[in-house]
Design a protein around this ligand. Structure first.
Ligand code: MCN
Ligand code: CUM
Length: 795
């Protein structure tokens, strides 16, 4: 056994380590670029039937009568199921992840356009769809509640008549911070600015819509469910509770997922319908929704109507921030956020600034719209929080006649203030903000841009420069503070090292495009010196992976990434004892370098992790008291969230003739602590920036006064394409998380959180000559044009 100079394949000629190696390609792309990905819709089982859902055309109506006889007579139809039939089996309602209930199929009333009313199971997809048209439903229309402001009016119709004793549309009031202290800070301020700000309802619109294949085996009593889920284990427990089946009789498989973006965290009625369909027919049943169904019924995002207020001294010291939010949760409160956080992590609305006081109140209400609320790379509503604070800070800069960058630099938290406890109780783990903002300014050439802007303005051109600075909170737990429906937010992880030194890592989180098969292999490679290609990452199957809460809120790296590093260290600890036996030296005389234990001071004597793996499983003796094998398991409970940050600068030009906004440049400098895979991080940031352009300029799920959804297709719900986005200019700083074993923070939602305010700030900046102080998203040509004409904004 001689010392090897370990470097994984591809790393031989440089000093790079598996973590941070810039050109480590994604392992999963081998199948994706060959068209070999396997999505839910690719699952085809013998004898499989197809399910289609009848949805309500009305937003609010009483169901008088449903006649299914014609549909049942269709030769290819196997079953037609209504809410009344489910009610007989106690399955008409299911719990939501927010502790509310949601109708699987409507029984008494329909409460939003697109709500599930009945389903058909048939021989093929076309027959199932045809048969839907044969179902005759008589509705008695009721007055719909569409405007969130009207929902609380005393005469507003009560939507949730199913909830006993419910006499209004109020869901909850949630407060954070200190109202009195904030009031005092406002009273002492030289300057107070307030602004009404709407973050419109948007949709994550993943390429793959939601779907499921349910296969209930009547003999074994086992249910296998392939479904588009970001949280297979949490979903399994919920099904167990609803269906009364033990968890070991339920296997939830999340195969390849064609984008989740939070929209695949909730449990949808369609999944439950597929399960019921399979139980009823004894055959596998597939349900895959179409694009319109996805846009009208699956989890929306945002829909926050906010009033922001900021208090400061005349020379620009921010004293306090206050906000009141009206949150539209739709007809059922189905947002997926930790139980104790009904407004998600909106509590971080104080942003990246050193304040004296802060206070927020969020009032959530029911309306006749689709449920949801936490989706679209939101970091549990930090998108809304960051948008609020970054818009009002810009409003303040305008009021004070200060440059928005100068105002931010004056108020950003200082590195020595970390760990920093905010006025609303969050403990930011680490941060070094000013260099990040300076770097963005340097890449952008900020001061030159301001000069160019002045010249253009003099010529009547509309150029704007927008800045945003954000701090995120990602990586939920710890379990004592955070749970979803009582399930504590910690993550299991298991690592098995085979005799030849190849390994299998089993994760509870579930990739939807983020590249976990690559990055988690890199983490283990870093810790154990096994090349990433020799580490298989298994995830998305409850029968094959340990329990954990799933992928959302950018928690995979902060929680499961930590678990992967620690489980590998556990193996390394055991390997060290085996190595001491193999090398016949004491453990204290060993040092770990490049995938091998070396005898200190003797460069010729070492054993690699592969040598050790063989010994662990082999015939030779192991040190006294040591069990054979080289496997380990862990359940990691994070100490705190991780707090990534970033500084974004956007440059826009507005056509004075058409009011069309063009994003000319976008600079994004992110700090997610230790960077595992720079290329994947770059991809995450690019995707999130494109999301930001979409939300800022074109995306909105709108409704008419009857509650008809106006964004039910990609003709109406616009998404940005390569034509609307600039070449992103990215940079980074590295401020490791002190409590994460490898110092990594999450990155998956940063750019979606940070980019909309930069774009809107840029557009408002461009429109300054018109005296415009705010325009609500989406900044479509018509909205910008109306604002330029001095006409009031739509509500
Ligand atoms: N990463 C890294 N170094 C870091 C942090 C992260 O290399 N310091 C890598 C990770 O290892 C992982 C990726 O970046 O491969 C994202 O990691 P993380 O920030 O932990 O986020 P999650 O993996 O938990 O992904 C969830 C996040 C969320 S909540 C949404 S919404 C979103 C997002 O990811 N949905 C996505 N990005 C998405 N990207 C794609 N392609 N598809 C989605 O549905
Ligand atoms: Cu809020 S969208 Mo992501 O947390 O799955």
């Amino acid at each position: 056994m001689t010392a090897v100079d370990f470097r994984p394949p591809g790393f031989e000629n440089n000093d790079q380590k598996p973590i941070g190696y810039g050109r480590m390609l994604r392992k999963e792309d081998a199948r994706f670029i060959r068209g070999k990905g396997r999505y839910v819709d690719d699952v085809r089982l013998p004898g499989m039937l197809h399910l289609a859902i009848l949805r309500s055309p009305l937003a609010h109506a009483r169901i008088v009568r449903i006649d299914t006889s014609a549909a049942e007579a269709h030769p290819k139809v196997k079953a037609v199921v209504t809410g009344a039939m489910l009610a007989e089996r106690g399955l008409a309602w299911m719990p939501t992840l927010a502790g509310d209930v949601q109708a699987v199929l409507a029984t008494d009333k329909v409460r939003f356009q697109g709500q599930e009313v009945a389903f058909v199971v048939a021989e093929d997809r076309y027959a199932a769809r045809d048969a839907l048209e044969l179902i005759d439903v008589e509705y008695e229309p009721l007055d719909p509640v569409i405007d969130v402001r009207r929902a609380l009016a005393p005469d507003a119709p009560v939507i949730r008549t199913d909830l006993e004793g419910k006499t209004d549309n109020h869901i909850f009031d949630w407060e954070t911070g200190d109202a009195e202290e904030t009031e005092r800070a406002f009273a002492s301020a030289d300057v107070v600015v307030s602004q009404d700000i709407v973050y419109p309802r948007v949709h994550p619109a993943p390429l793959e819509t939601c779907g499921a294949v349910a296969d209930y085996d009547r003999v074994s009593g086992k249910l296998t469910l392939w479904s588009t889920t970001q949280a297979p284990h949490a979903h399994r427990t919920l099904y167990a509770l609803v269906a009364g089946l033990p968890e070991h009789k339920i296997r939830v498989i999340a195969p390849d997922i064609g984008g989740g973006f939070g929209g695949k965290v909730p449990i949808y009625p369609g999944y439950v319908c597929a399960i019921v369909g399979s139980m009823l027919t004894g055959r596998p049943v597939k349900w895959v929704e179409d694009r319109s169904e996805n846009l009208i019924s699956t989890g929306f995002a945002r829909d926050y109507i906010m009033r922001g207020e900021i208090a400061a001294t005349r020379d620009g010291k921010i004293l306090a921030i206050r906000t009141h939010v009206l949150a539209d949760h739709g007809a059922f409160n189905a947002q997926a956020a930790p139980s104790k956080y009904p407004a998600g992590f909106f509590g971080v609305f104080t942003g990246s600034y050193d304040l004296q006081a802060a206070y927020a109140k969020v009032t959530a209400v029911y309306t006749n719209k689709a449920p949801g609320g936490v989706a679209y790379a939101c970091s549990f509503r930090i998108t809304e929080a960051v948008y609020l604070v970054e818009r009002i800070v810009d409003r303040l800069a305008d009021e004070l006649g200060m440059d928005p960058v100068e105002l931010r630099l004056k108020n950003l938290l200082k590195p020595e203030q970390f760990p920093y406890k905010t006025k609303t109780g969050w403990v930011y783990d680490s941060g070094n903000y000013e260099p990040t903002l300076r770097k963005a300014m340097e890449i952008a050439g900020y001061h030159e841009l301001r000069k160019e802007q002045a010249e253009r303005r003099a010529r009547g051109e509309l150029m704007g420069i927008g800045v945003s600075f954000f701090t995120e909170a990602v990586g939920a737990g710890p379990r004592k503070h955070m749970d979803i429906l009582g399930l504590g937010m910690n993550d299991g992880c298991e690592l098995r090292v085979h005799p030849t030194g190849k390994a299998v890592l089993r994760l509870s989180v579930q990739t939807q495009g983020q590249g976990h098969e690559t990055t988690f292999a890199q983490i283990v490679a870093e810790e154990l010196g096994i090349p990433p290609d020799d580490i298989e990452v298994v995830h998305g199957d409850t029968d094959q992976t340990p329990f954990g809460l799933g992928t959302y809120g950018s928690r995979s790296t902060p929680v499961s990434g930590a678990a992967a590093a620690l489980v590998a260290r556990r193996i390394r600890d055991k390997a060290k004892i085996i190595a001491s036996g193999m090398l016949e030296v004491s453990v204290a005389d060993l040092e770990w370098r490049k995938g091998a234990f070396h005898v200190k001071g003797d460069p010729t004597r070492a054993v690699t992790i592969q040598d050790i793996a063989m010994r662990a499983h082999g015939a030779g003796d192991l040190p006294e008291g040591l069990e054979g094998g080289l496997d380990a398991q862990i359940c990691y409970n994070p100490e705190n969230l991780t707090y990534p940050h970033g500084a974004y600068i956007c440059v826009v030009d507005i056509d004075p003739g058409t009011a069309k906004v063009k994003v000319r440049r976008f600079v994004a400098v992110d700090d997610c602590g230790t960077r595992i895979n720079p290329m994947i991080i770059e991809g995450q940031v690019h995707g999130g920036l494109a999301d930001g352009v979409g939300m800022a300029l074109m995306e909105m799920i709108a409704f008419d006064e009857d509650g008809n959804c106006l964004g039910a297709s990609f003709m109406d719900y616009l998404l940005p394409t390569a034509l609307e986005v600039p070449d992103w200019e990215t940079g980074y700083t590295v401020t490791p998380s002190p409590h994460h074993p490898i110092g990594a923070k999450g990155i998956g939602e940063s750019a979606t959180v940070g980019s909309p305010p930069a774009i809107v700030n840029a557009v408002v900046d461009a429109l300054k000559p018109f005296g415009i102080r705010h325009v609500d998203m989406p900044l479509t040509p018509s909205r910008v044009w109306e604002a330029m004409q001095g006409r009031p904004q739509p509500p």
